[in-house]
Ligand binder design. Structure first.
Ligand code: ADP
Ligand code: MG
Length: 326
């Protein structure tokens, strides 16, 4: 495969809080290649958004990137100066959040907001920025005339489309989407996902797609990573992870999602609740909820290791530690 566009190497992010240090991302290593769509899934609170923010250094106190390296096109993101970082965030990457549609300025028209982004970063005239804005709006399925509309005059789905249009304004090579359609109904979600697929074909950007909807991820992602309590516990091609999950947590997660193609079955979910990040057990973070744990799980934390072609898992059942083999 070609060189990664983004490469996270052993990235840890800690929240320094009154009661101690909560490690929301623990030595996460993840590559995103040009034009690739990588999904990230896992229960609420497992560290997905924390990683998404850290990638573009948009994390704020009390979050701290305590170790690791983030390389974008070979450049060290953690060493960028404020000016380099600003250019990187806007021109190279873009972020779309679940609640981004509510972040549009209510007293400024959609058109002005798109133009402001373009004019702040590109040497073009206002007229040129305006026509580019019209083009962007039509690309996300909104009539050009809506440039003069205020955010409150648009539906939630349209506002989220505007946010996607703004994120594309500077033609970034990587778009981080954190639950971009979670707040929308399924029909609007479907339309937006179809438009996104079309835009991706046209522009060839890479996406880090965070969602709790594994069926949706299976449709759009090339590879999928599964996080549990700050750890990346499984990573592989979308087909491998969804159809042949190796980690018991992923197996539970996949089992708890209705298959779009398969027969209708009762959802079982995963018994128990996520661990407290301020009080992690020795060994594997998932051991208390794991239906298949072995003695080694209480002693040794598993690492992400090859678990078959195009597939990695962090589980002693998949790749037994030395002490279990002995
Ligand atoms: P996800 O996006 O997967 O739902 P987050 O990345 O938002 O998870 O949060 C991961 C963990 O980081 C949470 O379980 C929580 O312990 C911790 N965390 C997140 N935000 C804060 C914060 N502002 N202050 C302290 N801890 C936080
Ligand atoms: Mg989140």
């Amino acid at each position: 495969m070609n060189a990664p566009l983004l490469s996270c190497r052993d990235v840890s992010v800690d929240y320094i809080v009154g009661g101690g240090t909560a490690r929301a991302c623990n030595r996460v290593s993840l590559d995103i290649h040009p034009a690739e769509t990588v999904g990230l899934a896992g229960e609420s609170g497992c560290g997905k958004s924390t990683l998404a923010f850290a990638i573009t250094r948009m994390h704020n106190a009390p979050a701290l990137i305590s170790e690791g390296q983030i390389l974008y096109d070979g450049r060290d993101v953690l060493a960028m100066t404020p000016a380099e970082l600003r250019a990187f965030r806007w021109a190279e990457t873009a972020m779309v959040f679940q609640s981004a549609m509510n972040a549009l300025n209510p007293v400024i028209t959609i058109g002005e907001q798109i133009c402001d982004v373009i004019l702040a970063h590109r040497p073009v005239t206002r007229d040129e920025a305006w026509s580019r804005g019209e083009e962007l709006l039509s690309m996300v399925g909104i009539a050009r005339a809506r440039m003069s509309a205020y955010p409150h005059q648009l539906s939630g789905g349209m506002r989220q489309r505007v946010v996607i249009a703004i994120s594309l304004a500077l033609r970034p090579r990587l778009i981080v989407m954190d639950e971009p359609t979670t707040a929308l109904d399924v029909v609007v979600e479907r339309e937006i996902m179809d438009e996104l697929a079309q835009l991706k074909r046209e522009y060839g950007f890479a996406i880090l797609f965070i969602s709790h909807d594994l069926a949706l991820m299976g449709e759009i992602c090339d590879r999928i990573g599964i996080m549990y309590a700050g750890n990346l516990v499984e990573l592989g091609t979308a087909a491998e992870v969804l159809e042949n999950p190796r980690h018991p947590y992923t197996q539970g997660l996949v089992g708890s999602f209705p298959s779009i193609h398969g027969p209708r079955t009762r959802l079982h979910g995963i018994p128990g609740s996520p661990v407290n990040l301020l009080d992690l057990p020795q060994g594997c973070n998932f051991q208390d909820r794991c239906p298949a744990r072995i003695a080694a799980c209480a002693r040794v934390a598993p690492h992400l290791l090859p678990a078959g072609l195009g597939h990695e898992a962090a589980c002693h059942l998949v790749t037994p530690p030395q002490e279990a083999r002995a």
